[in-house]
Design a protein around this ligand. Structure first.
Ligand code: SF4
Length: 348
C-alpha cells in the first residue's frame, strides 16, 4: 500500500474543505471497499479523512417518510424498527449483501460509493477505462460473464455491486449531500449513479468534496408486498448475478402500483420501467408477471458470455413479484437452484 495521510476530523465543515481543496483526498467511512482498493493499488488517495465520528447517523421519521443517516452502518439500518416495518424491502436488500462482519462496518454513504467488482478493474496489469481512463476495457473482449446487459458502452461494461442501492432505486430514494460553505443539495436516486458512456471513471454524479449526509425515503404503501431476490453463485458473501427489488400495491389482485429494480445488470441499479408500465391495471398473475418481465428484457443487449442473464432476469422478476404478493419473505437463491426450481415448476 502506498503512503497516505490520515486525518480524523470531527468538524464536517473543516473536513469538507480539506477534501474539496485536495483532488486526491477521500472520505473514509467503514473502509470496507476503499481500503481493499488501496491495498490492491487500484485507488491511490493521498489523504483520507475519517468521517466515522461525525453525526449523520440518525434514522428517524420525517414528515415525508424517513431519513437515514449516511454514517449509520448497514447492520444498524437493516435492523432498525422503522426500516423493518415500513421499508422491509430495504432491510431485505441490505441483509442480502456482503457478510455480517462487513455490514457491521460498512456505512450507508460508503455503500452508495462502493465501486464495481469487475475483476479487470482490480487487476492493475490489465487495461481498464474506469481505473485509468483511455487505457481500454479488458472485459469487452475478455471474460464478461458477470457484466452488464443494459446501458453499457464500448468504454465500460461493468455492473454496480450494491444490493442496498437496488432497493433504494425501487423506493425512489433521495440522496442529500453537503459541500463547501454549507451548500446542500438533493439528488433523486435515479440520477445518483450513472451509466458509463464516455466517462466510466465516474460512478455517480457526486462532485469532488461533496459528502452524503443522509438518504431520504418517501412514504409508500409497499410494506405489505415487497421482496428482494438475489441470485448468486454461492449463498453468502457473493455479488448478484441478477437481483430484483419488487414491491406492489394491489386492490383485489389488480395492480395499482408496482416498483421493480434490477441489480447485477447495469452500471447502476436498473429500474424496470417497461415492466412497471406494463403491469399497471393488470391482474397480479404469473402470466402477467412473465409477460412484463419479457417486455423489459427485450431491450437487453447481452455480451458474449452473459446471455444467460436475460432468461435469469425474467425468471427472477417473476419470482420476486410472486414473493412480494405472498407478503415478502427474505429471499436469496443460488443460480442453479432457481433454474432447477423453475424448470421443475414448468414441467409439473
Ligand atoms: Fe474496467 Fe469497466 Fe472494462 Fe471492467 S468493464 S475492465 S471496470 S472499463
Amino acid at each position: 500500500m502506498r503512503p497516505f495521510k490520515y486525518t480524523s476530523e470531527s468538524d464536517p465543515t473543516i473536513a469538507i474543505k480539506i477534501v474539496s481543496t485536495n483532488p486526491t483526498a477521500k472520505y473514509l467511512g467503514g473502509g470496507t471497499n476503499l481500503v481493499d482498493l488501496m491495498k490492491e493499488d487500484v485507488m491511490r488517495p493521498s489523504e483520507l479523512i475519517d468521517v466515522t465520528r461525525w453525526k449523520f447517523s440518525k434514522i428517524e421519521k420525517t414528515k415525508s417518510g424517513v431519513s437515514i443517516g449516511a454514517n449509520a452502518t448497514n447492520a444498524i439500518t437493516a435492523n432498525e424498527e422503522i426500516i423493518r416495518e415500513d421499508y422491509p424491502l430495504l432491510s431485505m436488500a441490505i441483509l442480502a449483501g456482503a457478510s455480517a462482519q462487513i455490514r457491521n462496518m460498512a456505512t450507508n454513504g460508503g455503500n452508495l460509493n462502493q465501486r464495481t467488482r469487475c475483476t479487470y478493474f482490480y487487476d492493475v496489469n490489465m487495461p481498464c477505462n474506469k481505473r485509468e481512463p483511455g487505457t481500454g476495457c479488458a472485459a469487452v473482449n475478455g471474460e464478461n460473464k458477470n457484466h452488464a446487459i443494459f446501458g453499457w458502452s464500448e468504454k465500460c461494461i461493468a455492473t454496480y455491486p450494491s444490493d442496498m442501492a437496488v432497493a433504494l432505486a425501487a423506493l425512489d430514494a433521495v440522496v442529500h449531500v453537503e459541500s463547501l460553505n454549507n451548500t446542500i443539495r438533493s439528488i433523486p436516486f435515479a440520477d445518483f449513479h450513472r451509466l458509463p458512456g464516455d466517462h466510466p471513471e465516474k460512478d455517480n454524479t457526486l462532485k469532488h468534496g461533496e459528502f452524503i449526509t443522509s438518504i431520504g425515503l418517501p412514504k409508500n404503501q409497499f410494506a405489505e408486498k415487497s421482496y428482494y431476490l438475489k441470485i448468486r453463485e454461492r449463498s453468502s458473501y457473493a455479488f448478484a448475478l441478477v437481483s430484483v427489488a419488487a414491491a406492489l400495491v394491489t386492490d383485489a389482485d389488480m395492480i395499482k402500483e408496482v416498483r421493480i429494480a434490477l441489480g447485477g445488470v447495469a452500471h447502476k441499479p436498473w429500474r424496470a420501467s417497461v415492466a412497471e408500465k406494463w403491469l399497471i391495471g393488470k391482474q397480479a398473475t404469473e402470466t402477467n408477471f412473465r409477460a412484463a418481465a419479457s417486455a423489459e428484457l427485450k431491450n437487453a443487449k447481452p455480451l458474449q458470455h452473459n446471455k444467460y442473464k436475460v432468461g435469469l432476469a425474467i425468471k427472477a422478476i417473476v419470482r420476486a413479484l410472486e414473493g412480494a404478493m405472498l407478503g415478502g419473505v427474505y429471499g436469496t437463491m443460488e443460480a442453479d437452484s432457481l433454474n432447477k426450481n423453475q424448470d421443475h415448476e414448468r414441467n409439473r
